[in-house]
Design a protein around this ligand. Structure first.
Ligand code: NAD
Length: 308
């Protein structure tokens, strides 16, 4: 039987997620938005593309949670996006109310689902969702590191003129300015990146990746990135829906791992049918570990703005 995947928020990220999820024809997809007609309109448009590409996916646009009932996976993208000059943290008070009400509804109609959070500020929203739904930490996972690492991989591949498939790179930590790139562990065709590029050039690429979201916001002027974020969220859906047991950097609640307690930050996890099936503890240097812990502290500060 096909997995049922619901996407909450039919804006730029949510609509693109729904589009990507229907392409393979493997899922029953529901797209929901509070704006009457928005999700229905996008769903009709996407559904009419499916005969062209030969996909038998089923897709429904809606503004009622009855249609979300029984979902296996729910991707939450509802909330406002950044505009030029804003940090992700600036969104916290607005998106807190949206995510709280969405999570209450999702937990009511789909109590067994796995949630993939996309709404920013990402780590704080995962923490809020855990509080509201009371789901186990294995079942609420934030999309951050798949995107941040993809940005770094794209820049490395372009710099060295190699396929993106040959590049391995990881960005951990909170999905904000304190995210932690690990150039020491980047490889290209198995060769350490540190042997292929001078440190100054690696630093430039890392800085561009860390500021990758802001670069796009300043170019778009009216919203934030959505093609790559949606692709990243869908990659996580696939890892869970297909029980891939894929190791991906994701935002999860840490309870002692990396000497971080009760805080959501991005670390490598094994994603499979049960959600987070393992948290991978990399052997970090003292500096890397300290950077990850500083990033966790920044997340705690954003969470405290919500009064949690
Ligand atoms: P958008 O404005 O295009 O879409 C947001 C949608 O949410 C709108 O259609 C709006 O009507 C809907 N919405 C608002 N309140 C709702 C509610 N209570 N229930 C259902 N729907 C509701 O924004 P976007 O570009 O799609 O971005 C969405 C969110 O994703 C933002 O918070 C953005 O910062 C975040 N984002 C995160 C990442 C990441 O890597 N984690 C990347 C890009 C964007």
């Amino acid at each position: 039987m096909r997995k049922k995947v619901s996407v909450i928020g039919a804006g730029m990220v949510g609509g693109t997620c729904a589009h990507l999820l229907t392409e393979g024809g493997h899922y029953d997809v529901v797209l929901l938005d509070v704006i009457e007609g928005l999700a229905e309109g996008k769903a009709l448009d996407i559904a009419q593309s499916l005969p062209v590409i030969g996909s038998d996916a089923r897709l429904k646009g809606t503004s009622t949670y009855d249609d979300v009932a029984g979902s296996d996976i729910v991707v939450i993208t509802s909330g406002v996006a950044r505009r030029p000059g804003m940090s992700r943290e600036d969104l916290v008070l607005t998106n807190m109310n949206v995510v709280k009400s969405v999570c209450e509804s999702v937990a009511r109609v789909a109590p067994d689902c796995i949630i993939i959070m996309v709404t920013n500020p990402l780590d704080a929203m995962v923490q809020l969702a855990l509080r509201v739904t009371r789901f186990l930490r294995q079942r609420i996972i934030g999309q951050s590191g798949v995107l941040d690492s993809a940005r770094l991989k794209a820049f490395i591949a372009a710099e060295l003129n190699v396929s993106v498939l040959s590049v391995s790179a990881q960005i951990l930590g909170g999905h904000g300015n304190t995210m932690v790139a690990l150039p020491r562990l980047c490889t290209v065709g198995g060769v350490p990146l540190t042997e292929l590029l001078p440190k100054s050039r690696i630093d430039d690429l890392v800085t561009r990746a860390v500021n990758g979201g802001a670069e796009i916001v300043s170019l778009l002027k009216t919203g934030s990135a959505y093609y790559a974020p949606a692709a990243a969220a869908v990659r996580m859906v696939e890892a869970i829906a297909l029980d891939r047991k894929e190791v991906l950097p994701c935002a999860v609640m840490l309870q002692g791992e990396y000497r971080i307690d009760d805080t959501v930050v991005g670390v490598p996890v094994k994603l499979g049918a049960a959600g987070v099936e393992a948290i991978i503890e990399l052997d970090l240097t003292d500096d890397e570990l300290a950077a990850l812990q500083r990033s966790a502290q920044a997340v705690r500060e954003t969470v405290s703005v919500m009064g949690m």
